[in-house]
Structures are given as C-alpha cells and as structure tokens.
Design a protein around this ligand. Structure first.
Ligand code: NI
Length: 181
C-alpha cells in the first residue's frame, strides 16, 4: 500500500480512455485499489479514478461519511467500482460545483444528469447495480468521466462559473487540499 502521485491536468494520460479490468480479483488489482484508497485519503478527496495515478484501467473508488471538501453533501456509500456503465434515468440535468484532485485549487459548475443507473462489478467480481440521484449521481459521473479521458472543465458550459476554491468558497479555505474531488 502506498500513496501515489496524482496526475494533474495537462498530463496526456488523463485524456486517454481506460481499459476494462479482465480479472477484478487479481492481486495487482487489489494492490491498485489499496493504493487508490491511500492516495484519496491523503488528498482528502471523495473519489479517485485509476487514470489519476497513471493506471489506464476502469477502476474508480468513491464515498464518504462527511467531507471537508463538500461539507453540505449527503453521504455516499464507500464503493469500489470496476468496468462501470452509466445510464441516465431521465433527461433532467442539474448544475453543481465540482473540484478534482487532478485540477487542484479550482472549482467549476458542471451540468450532470440528476438521476442515473450505474452498473459494474466490485473487487470480488460481484455485480453492482444502483439507481442514484443528487451528489451520489454527480460523483459517479465525475469519476467515470476520468475513465473516458474527460476532466470536469471539459463538461462546463459557463466558464464564468469557474474559479479558485478559496476565492469562490472562502469558508472552505484551510480544508485539506481544497480543489477537487
Ligand atoms: Ni476528478
């Protein structure tokens, strides 16, 4: 287990599509997931995708009880999700503020589907199939975008709603690495 360096926007590896995991139970995948949890905890994030530590595989982790980075967000169950597929459950979108550990110090308002279904497998190869909404749906869409090589600023429609976290949200200043999920 180890804390790995998080790639930052500008690194071409963040723009590549990730490959499916052939064997979710392989020891190398278990190690990758452990490193991702260590790295996410050290950065104070609420989610992390494998490409953010330079591994081009379809693995995301997310979840939190309480986040200093998102103090008003409802909890999201700790989840390890491999080979995810997202289906919107309605056309509705809502805009909300996002950050990203690969885009440190910044936040932007991003439109996302309000309700989605997501499917995939966990680290034991067991199926995950959930219908979710709100911040949970936002986190999943953000993390799974990393597997497509998409960073949240690429989803923004109004660049006037993009700025430095400590300027936009002075009350968050001083929390661990403000700037990203
Ligand atoms: Ni991110």
């Amino acid at each position: 287990m180890a804390i790995r360096a998080i790639l930052r926007m500008g690194d071409p590896r963040l723009l590549e599509a990730a490959k499916p995991v052939a064997d979710p139970t392989a020891p190398a995948i278990r190690e990758l997931i452990a490193d991702m949890f260590d790295t996410m905890a050290a950065a104070g994030g609420v989610g992390l995708a494998a490409p953010q530590i330079g591994v081009g595989l379809q693995v995301v982790i997310f979840g939190f009880e309480m986040s200093e980075r998102y103090p008003h967000a409802e909890p999201v169950p700790p989840t390890i999700l491999l080979n995810p597929v997202i289906t919107p459950l309605a056309e509705d979108e809502e805009s909300g503020w996002e950050g990203c550990l690969s885009v440190p110090g910044l936040r932007g308002e991003v439109p996302r589907f309000t309700r989605i279904r997501y499917r995939g497998v966990d680290e034991g190869g067991k199926a995950i199939d959930r219908a979710v909404e709100g911040f949970h749906a936002r986190v999943v869409q953000h993390e799974c975008d990393h597997l497509l090589g998409v960073l949240y600023p690429m989803r923004m429609r109004d660049m006037s709603r993009f700025g430095f976290t400590d300027v936009l949200f002075p009350e968050l200043a001083g929390s661990a690495d403000i700037g990203a999920r």
